[in-house]
Design a protein around this ligand. Structure first.
Ligand code: DAH
Length: 449
């Protein structure tokens, strides 16, 4: 088949869908913006040349300037401020542009060249040299280079992914880091801080299931003094246990007899060692909260602070906000509906009270794909998102088989549509589904069954 990236935005005169403010659908004939055939794409007011890597779509472009984490009374803003309150003496950054070079997003952080995150199927590229950051870690070197030694950075991040109630191609992360001078005086500072943090935890209702701070499976970096690395990893853990208390310690039912349960799991990230994940027991299940570790020394060397040693963590805001505010669907964070927005007060965690849920409607699409077709599930999700916007609730593959004679693959996807603020008619959904089908045929060389 023709290469998807070359044709996915090719100029065509099909009708595209736009949505009126009252939530009703309106059909409008428009030309899709077309970086593959047009030479430029505009992102945040800047023009970029397109190339064979360009895969950023209008549905994403429309949202790059939203900055939900800065929107008054928005749950993501409240959660950001709550996290910042746990680090009062850190620098708090929250307005850094999502446009970064792949070098900054991956190479500066020691990602291997074959890391799957680099693939066009997983990330949004403006072109070969510019992308939307996939994580806030992309700014670590920049922050350290500026001389920041303790900082939090909140931002929107972008990943091509499946579509369901907990996945959305844009979400928000908080990155946090603290570095110390790698000498005896610096380590005295760490020890004093460890004592302070341990003191707070000692009188709190928290039960921590720990792992060794450093271990052969989760090694100290060869550049580090093992005693220093141990102290810094301990500081990381104490600091984040306290953050977990700030986030979850106030929820109903936490008491001396029923403490907040936090567990530490060894992990792997290209840019930390030792590395960990933190989980919190909440509403009868272990919830993954964050990744963290001792910063790879190469990062600090690149940033021009080779005499420092420190830790970093990164956490996703949506998943935490969904449980703290009882928000059932990740799309709701993007809702403009007053019935959603008016429920929240700036700086307060309150439970969202669902208003009537409009009925959902599903449509199946089945098609043949020839051998060698590189169609990826994320391509399908992006395509549906681009046609249906936030009316798409869920996309799942429900059938898959290979024809024994022709070796062609048959796929069937079930697409659930639901509006968050109005009832969709079958006719409206059919219009969307027809668009999805014709774009599938046109851009992916598939044969509809
Ligand atoms: N950037 C990682 C992600 O998006 C999360 C993360 C892991 C951030 C470990 C860190 C870290 O700073 O130390 O999955």
């Amino acid at each position: 088949m023709s290469h998807f990236a070359l044709c996915r935005w090719k100029a065509c005169s099909r009708p595209s869908l736009t949505f009126l403010f009252n939530g009703r659908l309106q059909l409008r004939v428009a030309r899709f913006s077309s970086p593959a055939t047009q030479a430029k794409v505009e992102v945040l007011g800047q023009q970029f040349p397109t190339d064979d890597f360009t895969n950023i779509k209008p549905a994403i472009l429309r949202k790059v300037s939203a900055q939900l984490h800065l929107k008054h009374a928005h749950p993501l803003n409240t959660l950001r401020k709550l996290i910042e309150s746990a680090y009062p003496d850190f620098t708090h950054a929250a307005t850094i542009s999502p446009l970064v070079t792949p070098f900054k997003n991956f190479d500066e952080l020691s990602f291997p060249l074959d890391h799957p995150g680099r693939a066009k199927t997983d990330s949004y590229y403006v072109n070969r040299d510019m992308m939307l950051r996939t994580h806030t870690s992309a700014h670590e070197v920049e922050m350290f280079r500026k001389g920041e030694t303790k900082w939090l950075l909140t931002a929107d991040v972008y990943r091509r992914d499946e579509i369901d109630a907990s996945h959305y191609p844009i979400f928000h992360q908080v990155e946090g880091a603290q570095i110390f001078t790698a000498d005896a005086a610096g380590m005295r500072e760490v020890e004093a801080d460890n004592e302070r943090l341990a003191g707070i935890l000692a009188s709190a209702h928290i039960a921590i299931e720990d792992t060794p701070h450093v271990s052969p499976a989760n090694p100290v970096q060869p550049e580090h003094d093992p005693v220093f690395a141990e102290l810094v990893a301990k500081n990381l853990k104490l600091s984040l246990n306290n953050l977990m208390l700030t986030l979850f310690g106030g929820v109903q039912g936490i008491s001396k007899e029923n403490p907040l349960r936090v567990r530490w799991i060894e992990s792997y990230f290209p840019f930390t060692s030792p590395s960990f994940e933190v989980e919190v027991y909440f509403q009868d299940e272990w919830l993954e909260i964050l990744g963290c570790g001792v910063v790879i020394q190469a990062t600090l060397n690149t940033a021009g602070v080779p005499n420092k040693i420190g830790w970093a963590f990164g956490l996703g805001l949506e998943r935490i906000a969904m449980v703290l505010f009882s928000i059932p669907d990740i799309r709701m964070f993007w809702s403009e509906d007053e019935r959603f927005l008016s429920q929240f007060e700036d700086g307060k965690i309150t439970s969202f009270k669902p208003y009537s849920k409009y009925p959902s409607c599903f449509k199946d699409v089945s098609f043949w794909v020839s051998q060698g077709n590189t169609l990826h599930e994320n391509d399908i999700c992006d395509l549906v998102r681009d046609v249906a916007g936030d009316l798409v609730e869920d996309v799942k593959r429900i059938d898959h088989f290979v024809h024994p004679k022709t070796q062609r693959t048959s796929l069937c996807y079930r697409i659930h549509y639901r509006s968050m603020d109005s009832s969709l008619s079958n006719e409206e959904v059919n219009v969307i589904q027809d668009q999805v089908i014709s774009r599938l045929q046109e851009h992916f060389d598939v044969e509809i069954r």
